[in-house]
Design a protein around this ligand. Structure first.
Ligand code: NOJ
Ligand code: CA
Length: 714
């Protein structure tokens, strides 16, 4: 049902001071818009009579006067209701409902040149989105955004899950403190992140997750970031007020726009249930439908790759050593191999064989191309050309070998953040991929950006990441971006943009103090609110002294928790990140990774508390096969899992991959047990999760023979 209400003329004079109220379709959320006596736009938000956002300012500041943050008058109001359903190309569920009520307020500057701006609010059952729109008008054509005045005034000193504000990186672990205790200076101590621009002790990044004493969960982020810088937040601690901070460009401006133009949506997701936060589709709903009409070439997939062995120091990306380069220049024929190069023809064949044998779709190979001797630290423009393999990587032979085995090679483009160089070479690089049968690429942006002075999260780079995704779509190529800006639901529009890293992945466990046990219980409430992550789970050899006796690092989970992550950490692209040799040692546990789906008909969020635990069940797309993942942080617990979503009256076999009774992420991380039970929709599974442990369950329909041989769950 859709309805319109447009008001204009003298009626609006009376509306200037009166508040405009919008209610969510289920009536639980109420948003109020008001223009202050100074002509400042303001809004507030309530969930059942509990205040989510106190009266807070809105506005955009241009770099010329007058700006759009005061001395405004209302010249139009529009109401609209939308209720539709749509089908994502891939996702956590096959049908998504987009139901909201909208209020559009047209504002005009009181002073000449009387330019106009619209603030559009959309109120859903799970939260609020609003954005600024600049209609085409002769008195506003090209303009520069100097700042954004959006505020979020909170009603309490909420428990907050935050990472420091940084123009370059999201690869931090999370801090959990009251809002008033945020101190982003701590970011300076996290030196294992190579490139950081920390700019204020009061700055944090979004998605920002909070929990109020009254039980409300509140998440602030943005949707449909396309031609604008990423939004970060400045915390005014005494006043419990957050204000938007846009990532600047090389000369200090925030955004360059031309009318008609819109900002991204600012989003506030709210619920009294943590599980509902994970079920929210608000951010996706605020993105545009895809222009891709035939999406049959876009494939959710699992992959293995020549990757972890570099992160644990067994092999190298580079073929020679950099000191070599200093002696002989860049004539590759003179470079002496270091004897550790990972991406050799032989090793790649081994991964292809392994992928083919165990049903994986792709094999990622990093370090296949020349340039790695020089790849970071130099801030150099011409590092990689993306088309020249090292002498020991026979791309021609490997592409036909992979094709014969029914496996796809996955391309790797580390750009070293020399983005001008990458853009110049992109068509050639994509044509090279197509020629050799690659249809997916992992990109990377380690290093300071070139054009020098630009930031990873600024408008210029936001446009770049979209240019890559759009051009990739033209070539029917799927993309997985590392070190990109964090996602804002853009995979609705560009479903070939399968995943991003844009957070602290499993790889940090390979060579730094790693990810604390609560990390994976926070990510779904923060970074993953915007879209899927290439987290790279599946590390079975948890302790890394296995590789070198003095290597003290380890993954901070049990082996069973690594399995559970395939379900709790939603992504249409999942890596089995460990080495084939390690999977061969634990084939019974590896079975779960082989079976688990990457695309879903539906998802059930069973238990969740940010920083503590998550239990999710998902049904594989078009299959009668359910998978469950349950994880906990450093506290052991018993996951309580009612199987009421199973078909009534049908017996299922539950294969349960759990922590052993003595498992512990530090003392015995690889202790696991696998049991099979007959269950039905009345069964409530109670499964022990060790300290930073987990449990993965595969559920398929039982046949008569199974009913006789497998025990009933009690
Ligand atoms: C950082 C990426 O996150 C990682 O996955 C990759 O292996 C290295 N860069 C090298 O490109
Ligand atoms: Ca990274």
């Amino acid at each position: 049902m859709k309805r319109f209400l447009i008001l204009s003329g003298f009626l609006l004079v009376a509306l200037q001071i009166s508040a405009q109220t919008l209610q969510s379709p289920n009536g639980r959320l109420t948003m109020q818009f008001q223009l202050s006596p100074e002509g400042i736009p303001t809004y507030q938000l309530k969930f059942d009579n509990k205040v989510v956002i106190l009266n807070s300012h809105l506005g955009i500041i241009l770099n010329d006067q007058p700006t759009f943050d005061r001395d405004l008058t209302i010249i139009g109001l529009g109401n609209f209701e939308n209720d539709e359903s749509w089908q994502p190309v891939w996702g956590e569920e096959k049908v998504i409902r987009n139901h909201y009520r909208e209020l559009a307020v047209t504002l005009q500057q009181v002073a000449l040149p009387k330019r106009q701006m619209i603030i559009r609010f959309r109120l859903f059952n799970d939260g609020l989105g609003f954005r600024y729109e600049f209609p085409h008008q002769p008195q506003l054509l090209h303009f520069i955004v100097a700042d954004e005045n959006t505020e979020f005034r909170l009603a309490g000193d909420h428990k907050t899950f935050w990472i420091p504000g940084d123009y370059e990186s999201n690869e931090y672990y999370y801090f959990t403190t009251p809002l008033s205790k945020i101190d982003a200076k701590i970011g300076h101590e996290i030196t294992e992140i190579f490139v950081r621009s920390l700019y204020s002790p009061d700055a944090v990044q979004t998605p920002l997750m909070m929990k109020a004493d009254n039980g409300l969960y509140i998440n602030i982020h943005e949707a449909n970031l396309y031609d604008f810088p990423a939004m970060q937040l400045i915390v005014d601690k005494p006043n419990l007020r957050l204000s938007a901070h846009l990532v600047p460009d090389a000369v200090g401006n925030k955004a360059y726009l031309q009318t008609p133009a819109t900002t991204p949506w600012r989003t506030i997701i709210v619920s009294d249930k943590a599980t509902d936060m994970l079920a929210s589709r608000l951010i996706l709903n605020l993105n545009d439908p895809t222009p891709i009409t035939d999406a049959s070439w876009i494939k959710p997939q699992k992959y293995v790759g020549i990757w972890w062995e570099m992160h644990v120091g067994m092999s190298s990306w580079n073929y020679a050593d950099s000191f070599n380069l200093r002696l002989v220049g860049t004539n590759w024929n003179n470079l002496k191999p270091n004897g550790k190069h990972g991406a050799t023809t032989e090793r790649t064949m081994h991964y292809i064989d392994f992928a083919a044998e165990h049903g994986f779709d792709g094999v990622l190979v990093e370090g296949w191309n020349i340039g790695w001797e020089d790849w970071f630290g130099a801030w150099k423009e011409e590092v990689f050309d993306f088309v020249t393999p090292y002498p020991d990587f026979d791309v021609n032979y490997l592409s036909s070998y992979a094709a014969r085995k029914g496996v796809k090679l996955i391309m790797h483009h580390e750009t070293s953040s020399s983005v001008t160089n990458y853009e110049r070479r992109l068509d050639t690089a994509f044509r090279f991929m197509k020629h050799y049968g690659y249809d997916a690429v992992k990109t990377g942006y380690v290093g300071w950006i070139i054009p020098r002075g630009e930031h990873h999260d600024g408008q210029w780079m936001v446009r770049h990441f979209h240019r890559v995704a759009e051009k990739a779509a033209d070539y029917q190529i799927m993309v997985n971006m590392h070190e990109s800006h964090r996602p804002t639901g853009q995979h609705r529009t560009w479903p070939n943009w399968l995943a991003n890293e844009a957070a602290r992945g499993n790889e940090f466990n390979g060579w730094s103090k790693g990810n604390p046990p609560d990390h994976e219980t926070i990510l779904p409430f923060t970074r993953l609110m915007g879209g899927p992550m290439d987290y790279t789970p599946g590390i079975f050899q948890v302790k890394l002294d296995y590789y070198q006796p003095d290597k003290k690092e380890q993954v901070h989970t049990t082996l069973a928790k690594q399995l559970a992550l395939y379900v709790t950490m939603y992504s249409p692209l999942q890596m089995a990140a460990d080495l084939p040799e390690n999977y061969e040692r634990f084939m019974d546990a590896f079975q779960f990774i082989k079976e688990v789906a990457v695309d879903w008909d539906e998802s059930r969020y069973i238990e969740a508390e940010p920083g503590q635990y998550i239990t999710i069940a998902r049904k594989a797309k078009n299959k009668d096969h359910w998978f469950i993942g349950a994880i906990t942080s450093e506290k052991s617990r018993v996951a309580n899992i009612p199987l009421d979503f199973l078909d009534k009256g049908q017996a299922y076999v539950a294969t349960v991959y759990a922590d052993s009774p003595t498992a512990h992420y530090l003392k015995n991380p690889m202790g696991y047990i696998i049991n099979q039970y007959i269950v039905n929709n009345m069964t409530v599974l109670k499964i022990f999760l060790a300290e930073s442990g987990g449990c993965a369950i595969s559920l398929s329909k039982a046949n008569g023979k199974m009913l006789k041989t497998i025990k009933k769950y009690r």
